[in-house]
Design a protein around this ligand. Structure first.
Ligand code: GTP
Length: 476
């Protein structure tokens, strides 16, 4: 994602300033011009960039600093503070409380990723112990009902919608009432979109919002829309009092500036980002670690979360002792996808070794995982949990290929690969089905993925090895 480039440019501007013999107003002005250029290139609006520049200058206030102050650090702090301020409007978004019914309404243009994001959001809270439900109030797009229904059944989340009712506000109210009675504590209302901002869409949003009285309205925007984000976000804010933003498709070529503009337009924080088409491709958005990562300062807490995430292989004793089903393979893929480049940790999971992702072919390996997950997304629950080798007959394979838009040969290849891994897995004694942390070689992919300064903080290779061992021990 191009946000990384923005971070890189700002970090470079700061580094150049750091090399100047004397830091004076001229050096600061050069640094600020460089930062402004980087922000404009990332699609941040001119007005916002102008304010950022003025704010950094005012916060650093070089003339008022006592002699002997480290001006570089003061400027660095002002830049980091201003970037955080841009992304944090200072007013936290409403967060649902377990056991207390909340209604959350999703708004956004057609194709922004709204429907997909509703399910990701529901799944996120379900994993936190909530009892979420989905309501489809999109009567505009013909396929919306089926899409949300399919997503919700995949994620095992209750769903309400209607093929026949054409009034979105009526469906929304019926759905909310139904799930309130069923004691759901997070009722998510998906609304319709249009290709462009139209009066009819905003009127519909106003009506649905008035009828359901949501605790939170989330504006979903495609991260790649750039400058148009400001006006779009503002228009939704006026019709349905947006309280939070989710930026999708941050895995693609999103420049990120749009996200900054949406925050400015709605005065609401970004709460999550979407990083892919699958349900687990969803990350909590936390401003400080995000800015740290953006500027290459590392994010230790994020890294810890990611390492913890790979542990479910050990955490799920019933799966570990049971058969190696397609569902287990899918769950492993989910964990690895969540870890981004740390997916290289794959080689630490026994049974997979280097065969699945060949050295130097990590990109192809990731694409293969995505392809396999898409194929498995078209399987039934029975197929995912299947242990009978005869179940996958020709007609099932053809149906899965059709449903996932992949070739029959690709489905067959995936099933063969699953068989191969399952065979290896089944040969492993139970206590060997954990992360391999004993050999230093097995930690190499992790070491390569960690910035050197972070590795130092962890106590080098030995510290890392101890930490991973301790984590593994806690889980067993
Ligand atoms: N790469 C990527 N694709 C995404 C992401 N979120 C959604 N998509 C894809 O974007 C496309 C549109 O998503 P939908 O969820 O159908 O969009 P929508 O906004 O609900 O559209 P309407 O219901 O027509 O208003 C789908 O192909 C999704 O798979 C994401 O974070 N990354």
């Amino acid at each position: 994602m191009v946000l990384a480039q923005l971070g890189g440019s700002i970090a470079a501007a700061l580094a150049r300033m750091g090399k100047a013999t004397v830091v004076d107003d001229k050096v600061l002005a050069e640094c600020l011009n460089e930062i402004s250029r980087a922000l404009l290139q990332a699609d941040v609006r001119f007005e916002t960039v102008r304010d950022v520049k003025a704010n950094i200058k005012a916060t650093a206030n070089l003339d008022a600093l006592p002699a002997g102050t480290d001006k570089r650090r003061v400027i660095q702090k002002a830049v980091v503070g201003e970037l955080c301020r841009m992304l944090d409007p200072g007013k936290p978004a409403f967060t649902p409380t377990k056991g207390k019914p909340s209604v959350v309404m999703f708004v956004g243009l057609q194709g922004s990723g709204k429907t997909t994001t509703c399910t990701k959001y529901a799944d996120y809270y379900r994993r936190k112990g909530f009892n979420p439900a989905l309501v489809c109030a999109d009567t505009f797009r013909a396929g919306a009902f089926d899409q949300l229904k399919q997503n919700s059944s995949k994620a095992k989340i209750p769903f309400y919608g209607s093929y026949t009712e054409s009034d979105p506000a009526k469906i929304a109210v019926e759905g909310v009432d139904t799930f309130r009675k069923e004691k759901c504590d997070l009722i998510i209302v998906d609304t319709s979109g249009r290709h462009k901002q139209e009066a009819a869409l905003f009127e519909e949003m106003r009506q649905v919002s008035e009828a359901t009285k949501p605790n939170l309205v989330i504006f979903v925007m495609d991260g790649s829309i750039g400058q148009a984000a400001f006006d779009q976000a503002q228009a939704f804010k006026h019709s349905a009092s947006v309280g939070a933003v989710i930026v999708t498709k941050m895995d693609g070529h999103a420049r990120g500036g749009g996200a900054l503009s949406a925050v400015a337009a709605t005065k609401s924080p970004v709460i999550f980002i979407g990083t892919g088409e699958h349900i687990p491709d969803f990350e909590v958005f936390d401003v400080k670690p995000f800015v740290s990562r953006l500027l290459g300062m590392g994010d230790l807490s994020g890294l810890m979360d990611k390492i913890q995430d790979v542990m479910p292989v050990d955490q799920l004793p019933d799966l570990v002792s049971g058969a190696f089903t397609l569902r287990l393979l899918y769950q492993m893929f989910q964990n690895l996808q969540n870890m981004g480049p740390l997916g290289q940790l794959f080689s630490m999971i026994p049974g997979f070794s280097a065969q699945f992702i060949e050295k130097g072919k990590e990109k192809e390996g990731q694409a293969k995982i995505k392809r396999y997950m898409t194929i498995m997304d078209s399987m039934t629950e029975k197929e995912l949990d299947n242990t009978n080798p005869k179940l996958m007959n020709e007609s099932r394979i053809k149906r899965i290929a059709r449903g996932s838009g992949r070739l029959v040969k690709e489905v067959v290849d995936m099933l063969e690969e699953h068989k191969r891994i399952a065979k290896m897995w089944n040969k492993l004694p139970l206590n060997n089905r954990k992360l391999n942390t004993n050999s230093r070689d097995s930690l190499k992919p992790l070491v390569n993925a960690i910035p050197p300064n972070m590795l130092n903080q962890l106590g080098g290779l030995t510290g890392l090895q101890n930490m991973v061992k301790q984590m593994g021990a806690q889980k067993r």
